[in-house]
Design a protein around this ligand. Structure first.
Ligand SMILES: NC(=O)C1=CN([C@@H]2O[C@H](COP(=O)(O)OP(=O)(O)OC[C@H]3O[C@@H](n4cnc5c(N)ncnc54)[C@H](OP(=O)(O)O)[C@@H]3O)[C@@H](O)[C@H]2O)C=CC1
Ligand SMILES: CC(=O)N[C@@H](CCC(=O)OP(=O)(O)O)C(=O)O
Length: 333
């Protein structure tokens, strides 16, 4: 049994970590922090978590755990993570603060001066499983990059395409618990909005990871759609080989063979099939007469896009079965 702490536990990804860890046989959550709700029972903020006796702590300054999840905004994590590491705790950070190899890229796209760059492993197990196992600091990927990278990776790895148009639709929980003008109910319900169409901060993150295998050019456009959870990504790639749909599907099947949380599906991926689960479904594979291939991926932004992937990373770091606590399907319909 190991002990875990969650910083930022009053937020959406913090709540999702609590929900998923409640079902994990090797982990006990010993601390869940919230500055706003310090002293209150966790169930007061997360009404679905009625069977925990945990109360929110103000911080983890005087508490220890084997592993800590920092479910805090970018800019906040960099003020918290170094102290945890110095005190000997291993950390999975859910923010963007440690995802970039080049700190100037982070500063340019996030508009924040990084106070404390540290060595970290990018926590996408499908690329970095071995380094994750021995890491003290894992930078959990962004939600859009998880779905987008998994949709494009086999084509980059096999050098079948190098230019990608990535169009993603996200549920509103991706924006966190605090409402904004874009996510206020009358603005986002019964509505669809494209945003940050050329300047979304996940663009360089997707590029960084795909370019590890072969340089890529890409355009990434996010849209907000009126669902609570899920990201559906449609990636378009112009192939440099004439491949049929069934051949492309087999390339993806071979590439992801043995991956516990990636499923190459026969039909079209849908959000409801992955909702609440740590699975990424990938499908479509249609190719038109311009050799444009269309790959569609679906994830739950709060699970494979955040807290589920963070637990998958913890499982790898601790030598547990990678699927422990995560081995259940989505909630269709
Ligand atoms: N939502 C999603 O789908 C995804 C989110 N992420 C990333 O995960 C992180 C958390 O996201 P999410 O849960 O959605 O965010 P939320 O805004 O829902 O929750 C973040 C929580 O962090 C706490 N917090 C805020 N600032 C600080 C601070 N300076 N020090 C300590 N605690 C702080 C707040 O709690 P309190 O005020 O009570 O202390 C807040 O509830 C972010 O970096 C986000 O970008 C990554 C992938 C997907
Ligand atoms: C709907 C919505 O606003 N989504 C967020 C993505 C949140 C996320 O996963 O990103 P980081 O962890 O990199 O912050 C956005 O577009 O900024």
């Amino acid at each position: 049994m190991i002990s875990a702490g969650i910083i930022g536990a009053s937020g959406y990804t913090g709540g999702e970590l609590l929900r998923l860890l409640d079902n994990h046989s090797r982990v006990e959550v010993v601390a869940a922090t919230s500055r706003q709700y310090s002293g209150l029972p966790v169930s007061r903020v997360h009404p679905h978590l009625q069977d925990t006796d945990l109360k929110f702590e103000e911080s983890m300054e005087k508490m220890d755990a084997d592993i800590v999840f920092t479910a805090t905004p970018h800019g906040a994590s960099m003020k918290i993570v170094p102290d945890l590491l110095e005190r000997g705790m291993r950390v999975v950070d859910l923010s963007g603060d440690y995802r970039f190899q080049n700190i100037r890229t982070y500063e340019e796209w996030y508009g924040i001066k990084h106070e404390k760059p540290l060595e970290a492993v990018y926590g996408l197990p499908e690329i970095h499983r071995e380094e994750i196992a021995s890491a003290d600091l894992v930078a959990n990927p962004g939600c859009f990059p998880t779905g987008a990278i998994l949709a494009c990776l086999p084509l980059v790895y096999e050098k079948l395409a190098d230019t990608f148009i990535i169009d993603s639709k996200t549920g509103v929980s991706g924006a966190g618990v605090k409402p904004t003008p874009l996510t206020h109910y009358p603005e986002c319900s019964d509505n669809v909005t494209a945003y940050n169409v050329t300047r979304h901060r996940h663009t360089p993150e997707i590029r960084q990871e795909l370019s590890r295998f072969n340089p890529v050019r890409l355009s990434f456009t996010p849209h907000l759609v009126p669902v609570t959870r899920g990201i559906l990504t449609t990636a378009h790639a112009f192939l440099n080989e004439d491949l049929r749909q069934d051949e492309l599907r087999e390339i993806f099947r071979g590439f992801y063979d043995g991956e516990p949380f990636v499923r190459v599906v026969d039909g079209m991926p849908v959000l409801s099939a992955v909702r609440g689960s740590n699975f990424c479904h990938i499908g479509c594979f249609e190719v038109d007469d311009n050799q444009r291939a269309v790959i569609v991926s679906a994830i739950d932004n709060l699970v494979k896009g955040a807290s589920g992937q963070a637990i998958q990373n913890m499982n790898i770091m601790c030598g547990f079965s990678e699927v422990e606590g995560l081995d259940f399907p989505g909630m269709h319909p």
